[in-house]
Design a binder for this molecule. Structure first.
Ligand SMILES: *[C@@H]1O[C@H](CO)[C@@H](O)[C@H](O)[C@H]1NC(C)=O
Ligand SMILES: *[C@@H]1O[C@H](CO)[C@@H](O)[C@H](O)[C@H]1NC(C)=O
Ligand SMILES: *[C@@H]1O[C@H](CO)[C@@H](O)[C@H](O)[C@H]1NC(C)=O
Ligand SMILES: *[C@@H]1O[C@H](CO)[C@@H](O)[C@H](O)[C@H]1NC(C)=O
Ligand SMILES: *[C@@H]1O[C@H](CO)[C@@H](O)[C@H](O)[C@H]1NC(C)=O
Ligand SMILES: *[C@@H]1O[C@H](CO)[C@@H](O)[C@H](O)[C@H]1NC(C)=O
Ligand SMILES: *[C@@H]1O[C@H](CO)[C@@H](O)[C@H](O)[C@H]1NC(C)=O
Ligand SMILES: *[C@@H]1O[C@H](CO)[C@@H](O)[C@H](O)[C@H]1NC(C)=O
Length: 688
């Protein structure tokens, strides 16, 4: 019986495939070539003020010849006609088919008087033509502070963003926006040698292709010399590619057009040509191909098909045996990265072959993998599958998923199968920082300018975590092996296994057995409070600074000194701090910069947490807009005052050493110490 059902379903499946192939071939489309834009376009376009059509262009925000102020503006222009974007029942939201569309437009984003541009312009698919009030500035004419992120916005936009918000990677990127200006995916265009709004006049052609069959969107961009020049060929590779189910975002009938905004900085957002090709879906009553097949084959078979589908579904469900809680939590995450198939990840890592191992840490093993179909190199983090692992997995995913910063390792997706939990990241071709700093005397090591660039990147990532991202986060495990280097040796902070949002109080080091931060990177107060804070992160940053400049690990014993920081402090007191600089640089470094980093490293290592600089100050010091704080000749004593009782004590000697700062505090597990005794955690491996 079951065999029969499977056979019949297979037979029908083939027929359906054949019907679908036929349908693809007969793709019915309608093409609109728009522009040059004269005032006659006011008849067929919905031009929402203060947008205008002037100077042969759609001026999505006011152009300079108008009577308008250019600041704090937002506008929209639509082709005044809705298109049916999916076929199905809008009440029950059963979707039979999603329309495909292709569009390309010629655009000029112009800086006024060569001043800093702002904010951006988008290609927009929206169910509602009206523009919300207050959608200027960061809201790009899409949403406002009260509506951003609501699914009732019913809009999808491709943004060309020229102004960096907290949540943006930079001030020159493209992004996919779904009901929110916080993009689901962003790509910096600087990586492609494209500047959206350079000084002077530049034209760009943008292609947006949406495939309603495999539900994916691709965006391409190329420069065009002049308005009158022929359209350049579409590049072979998209700058942005993402999964997108239009039917889950916009209403059945929606508009195509543009939106844009300015803020305290302004730009002109001019669209000069626009081609639009949309697949025309069959009308609701006319009946689609699959409906015709249903009638031809007959009702009993339809019942069998349903039965077969049911059996298959239950069989599959049993096989997957995923924890519904975890899946539910994952699926409810906003803007969740994509789910990978376990099969694909297994293949990508050659069945998690040891040869592919990049590193190992408290949470599991990291493997290198490649997805040849997508031409993508990935790093797959496989969690050890206990209950704790699941919580950690969720914690990491929840946090990292919402963090977007060019100096953080980007998360691509996840996979959960048979109790196995996997996270997929961009592969960082240059591995971890420690591998380059502690590579032994024989190998060439990072030159000075790279070292400076790397610590600056780490500082900006830390600042983002501590201040800019709306939910404040402490990293808790800042160390050289958690700093990854991308192909351009940009620092990317990784391993959020330990990161915690500050608000939720779960900042204790002790709560996660066996996986606290690493010796030498841990602020002394943590030995008593067992609680990570922004200040303890800064302490870890100080340790990284010193090891990057000195080329020595924090717990290096030098002469009488058990810790690197104590040795550097002594050299500082004796006025010869430069002797601390890594000898392998052979004197090839910038003296003022080395002094700045070393003194900053000492300042961050201040035993009293409140005396350490904040990340804001660290950034200013690194960019030389603030002087290095005064560092006293003697390392101040660590004084523990806030908690009286048997736990409180103070160290009065001028130099703390390992013996001083390792009272056996309740927060620390033996596991931690045993690892630490060997001087390193995770073999300094490339844990991301
Ligand atoms: C759009 O077109 C409809 C009729 O086709 C018209 O009634 C409406 O005013 C137009 N809207 C705009 C903003 O031009
Ligand atoms: C330009 O602005 C002035 C002053 O606000 C106003 O009197 C005039 O009507 C405006 N002109 C146009 C064409 O809007
Ligand atoms: C969009 O362009 C691609 C080629 O880049 C083509 O395969 C596809 O059929 C086009 N879709 C539509 C709706 O025109
Ligand atoms: C629009 O389509 C026309 C006709 O195919 C083509 O010549 C032109 O280059 C296209 N323009 C853009 C901006 O893609
Ligand atoms: C650009 O510069 C000109 C001349 O300096 C000035 O009149 C104009 O107001 C400036 N425009 C803007 C938008 O700042
Ligand atoms: C653009 O020009 C202005 C003044 O002419 C200059 O200050 C600025 O650095 C230039 N910006 C870029 C990115 O070239
Ligand atoms: C945002 O837009 C909605 C309607 O689209 C409006 O009701 C609300 O007042 C606006 N909020 C702000 C802060 O402007
Ligand atoms: C979907 O189809 C497009 C071609 O229309 C292709 O470029 C893209 O890679 C496909 N995406 C996926 C996820 O298969």
């Amino acid at each position: 019986m079951k065999g029969q059902v499977v056979w019949l379903t297979g037979f029908l499946f083939l027929h359906l495939m054949a019907a679908m192939a036929e349908e693809t071939q007969n793709l019915k489309t309608k093409t609109y070539p728009f522009g040059p834009f004269d005032s006659s376009y006011y008849d067929s376009f919905a031009v929402i003020k203060p947008a205008t059509i002037s100077n042969d262009a759609l001026q999505i925000t006011p152009d300079s010849v108008g009577n308008f102020s250019l600041n704090d503006r937002s506008g929209r222009i639509f082709f005044n006609q809705t298109f049916k974007l999916w076929d199905g029942d809008s009440k029950t939201k059963t979707v039979r088919k999603v329309a495909s569309f292709n569009t390309s437009f010629l655009i000029n984003v112009f800086r006024v008087n060569n001043s800093v541009p702002g904010e951006g312009v988008t290609f927009l698919v929206a169910s509602n033509a009206a523009i919300p009030p207050g959608s200027f500035g960061q809201y790009l004419g899409l949403t406002n502070s009260s509506t951003d992120g609501l699914s009732s916005n019913n809009l999808v936009a491709v943004e060309l963003d020229t102004f960096k918000q907290d949540f943006d990677p930079d001030d020159n990127h493209i992004g996919l926006n779904i009901n929110s200006v916080r993009s689901k995916k962003t790509v910096s265009l600087s990586d492609f040698g494209i500047e959206i709004a350079p000084n002077g006049t530049k034209f760009h052609v943008v292609w947006v292709e949406y495939n309603g069959l495999n539900k994916s969107i691709q965006v391409y961009i190329a420069e065009q010399d002049q308005v009158s020049s022929p359209t350049p060929p579409k590049p072979s590779k998209p700058v942005l590619s993402a999964d997108l189910d239009l039917s889950s975002v916009v209403e059945q009938y929606s508009y195509f057009g543009f939106s844009g905004s300015t803020g305290s900085h302004v730009q002109l957002n001019c669209v000069l040509r626009w081609n639009l090709t949309v697949e025309i879906l069959p009308g609701g009553n006319k009946g689609s191909n699959s409906f015709k097949i249903g009638i031809a084959v007959g009702v009993p078979v339809v019942v069998l098909v349903l039965l077969g589908a049911l059996i298959y579904y239950r069989y599959k469900k049993r096989k997957t045996r995923s924890d519904p809680n975890i899946l539910g939590a994952l699926k409810s995450l906003p803007g969740t990265p994509r789910e990978f198939k376990f099969r694909d990840l297994k293949k990508a890592t050659n069945n998690f072959d040891d040869k592919h191992k990049l590193g190992q840490g408290g949470f599991g093993v990291v493997y290198k993998g490649s997805l040849p179909k997508e031409n993508l190199e990935i790093a797959v983090k496989k969690f050890s599958g206990d209950i704790k692992g699941k919580d950690d997995f969720l914690a990491e995913l929840t946090i990292i998923n919402r963090l977007r910063h060019k100096h953080l390792v980007p998360l691509l997706g996840w996979c959960h199968k048979n109790g196995m939990l996997l996270l997929v990241y961009d592969y960082m071709p240059n591995g971890s920082l420690d591998a380059h700093i502690f590579c032994g005397p024989e190998k060439t090591t990072l030159d000075w300018s790279l070292r400076y660039k790397i610590v600056s990147g780490v500082a900006s990532a830390l600042h983002y975590l501590h201040n800019e991202y709306d939910q404040k986060v402490v990293h808790r495990d800042l160390k050289a092996s958690n700093i990854m280097l991308d192909s351009n040796f940009n620092a990317r902070l990784g391993d959020f296994g330990l990161a915690r949002a500050i608000e939720n109080e779960k900042t204790s080091y002790a709560e996660l057995e066996g996986v606290p931060g690493t010796m030498g990177y841990i602020a002394p107060e943590c030995f008593h409070t067992a609680k990570a804070t922004r200040e303890s992160d800064v302490y870890g940053f100080g340790a990284v600074l010193l090891e990057v400049v000195c080329g020595k690990r924090p717990w290096t014993k030098i002469g009488e000194f058990l810790l690197l920081v104590d040795w550097v402090w002594c050299l500082h007191r004796e006025g010869k701090i430069f002797e601390a600089v890594d000898e392998r640089l052979g004197g090839n470094y910038v003296v003022e910069e080395a002094e700045r980093l070393l003194l900053l490293g000492l300042a961050c290592s201040h035993p009293i947490a409140s005396e350490r600089p904040k990340t804001q100050a660290i950034l200013q010091i690194l960019s030389v807009s603030m002087a290095v704080p005064h560092v006293p000749p003697f390392k101040p004593a660590f004084v523990w005052t806030s908690m009286p009782g048997p736990d409180s004590f103070s160290i009065t000697s001028s130099f703390t050493n390992t013996a001083d700062i390792t009272p056996v505090s309740s927060g620390w597990t033996p596991h931690y110490f045993s690892r630490d005794a060997q001087g390193e955690l995770s073999d300094g491996s490339a844990l991301i």
